[in-house]
Structures are given as structure tokens and as C-alpha cells.
Design a protein around this ligand. Structure first.
Ligand SMILES: [Zn+2]
Length: 228
């Protein structure tokens, strides 16, 4: 029997992190801001490290705690740490730690934005006894960082950086292990199908096998059954 004949040809395209519903994949996890009136099929809510406001933080966290319970809210995020953000770093850490605690309380994964702060990220997670899956989205960092994250059990989501010639993301996807990643469009004006195609080329494996693997990864991490 050939490999192809053993593969279910009906696996879904999944966009694990986008800022708008694109109707381009069966499953799109849309990152919503707290005040959004949109209700896509699946979404995430979080406080992004660029937009944390000291004066409204406690109100925003209370609001987040309510919204995060919604069934179709699959994850907390994007949230995280960013050394390039104008927001005071200690305040970013405070907000991130609250979101780690929330995610653990309601048992939903964290979708993380991290720029130049991977040590701090790992410390925040470990010091707060994090047990939920952590997905670092938009990953495009070097192999040392990728290795440290893999060793910590952290997962990856790759997006448009895969398209860059010999980008860090294009190298990382080959090394992090097939069970440890997802694909996304984030805010790029691009089809998730194109990202799947590129991932398939980089890994040298059939696109249908990637779809099958990522569907299984998604079901495991987001506790959602997608089989018909
Ligand atoms: Zn994003």
C-alpha cells in the first residue's frame, strides 16, 4: 500500500493565529481584542505586550477572565513579553503572569508573542508552575533559541517568515519536530494554504501528511475533536 492511500484526503487547513476571519481555512483561531463585537467560530483573547495600559490593567484582566471562559475561546493570547514594546517591562511581566495563571485555571493554551525576552518568558512560565501548552507564535529566531524552547516543551507557530529564503523559521521547522508546530497567517495578507505548501516543500513531505499531523497537533493541544 502506498503512503498516499493510507492518508485521509480530507484533513483540514488550520490557521492557528490570525487577526481577522479570512474564511480561507476550516479552522481559524481569530485573535480578538477585548472590546470586539465579532464572534468568529473560534478565537482567542489576550492582553498583547504592546497594548498594556497601567491604569486599565486590573479592569482589562477582569474582563478577560470573563471572556476567556467562552467555549469558542480556545486560548489565551496573544500575550507575552517584548523588549521592543514601549510598555514598561515589569508591567508586561505582571500582565503576562496574570494570563499564565488564568490559562492554568481554565486549562486553555497560551498563544505567546515574544521578542528578545525568551529567558524571561521561560522564567515567568516556570516560576508560575505553568502546565498548559504554550505556543510561541510567529517564530523566526535562531536554532539555539529553538532548541531551548523545544527542551522546555514549548510549541511553535510558523507564518510568513517561512517564505523568506533560508530564514530562521525555515530552518527551525525542520528541527523542532512535527508534533511541535502549527501554521498561521498572523496579520499577513496571505493564504494559509500557501504557508502549508511552503512547509511541505521545506520538510520534503506530502502536504496531506502535514495537514494530518497539524490536525492531530491541534486536537491534542486545543482539546477539540475535528474528525467528522
Ligand atoms: Zn498576532
Amino acid at each position: 500500500m502506498s503512503t498516499a492511500s493510507r492518508v485521509n484526503p480530507y484533513h483540514l487547513f488550520i490557521n492557528t493565529h490570525t487577526h481577522a476571519q479570512l474564511y480561507d481555512a476550516k479552522i481559524e483561531v481569530v485573535n480578538l481584542s477585548l472590546g470586539s463585537k465579532e464572534r468568529p467560530n473560534y478565537y482567542s483573547y489576550g492582553l498583547h505586550p504592546w497594548y498594556i495600559d497601567k491604569d486599565s490593567l486590573s479592569y482589562d484582566l477582569e474582563n478577560l477572565k470573563v471572556l476567556a471562559h467562552e467555549k469558542r475561546c480556545l486560548a489565551i493570547g496573544e500575550c507575552g513579553l517584548d523588549k521592543l514594546s514601549p510598555v514598561d517591562f515589569a508591567l508586561q511581566e505582571e500582565a503576562f503572569i496574570e494570563q499564565i495563571k488564568l490559562a492554568n485555571k481554565i486549562q486553555k493554551p497560551l498563544i505567546v508573542h515574544c521578542v528578545k525576552a525568551f529567558n524571561e518568558l521561560i522564567n515567568c512560565l516556570n516560576l508560575n508552575n505553568n502546565k498548559v501548552p504554550v505556543i510561541v507564535h510567529g517564530f523566526n529566531n535562531n536554532e539555539n533559541i529553538a532548541r531551548v524552547l523545544v527542551n522546555q516543551g514549548i510549541l511553535f507557530s510558523f507564518g510568513k517568515a517561512l517564505l523568506g529564503y533560508e530564514s530562521n523559521a525555515a530552518k527551525a521547522i525542520k528541527n523542532v519536530g512535527r508534533k511541535n508546530f502549527f501554521l498561521e497567517t498572523d496579520d499577513a495578507d496571505i493564504s494559509i494554504k500557501y504557508i502549508y505548501k511552503k512547509a511541505s516543500e521545506l520538510l520534503g513531505i506530502d502536504e496531506e501528511i502535514i495537514k494530518q499531523q497539524l490536525q492531530s497537533n491541534f486536537e491534542n493541544v486545543f482539546k477539540l475533536s475535528l474528525s467528522k
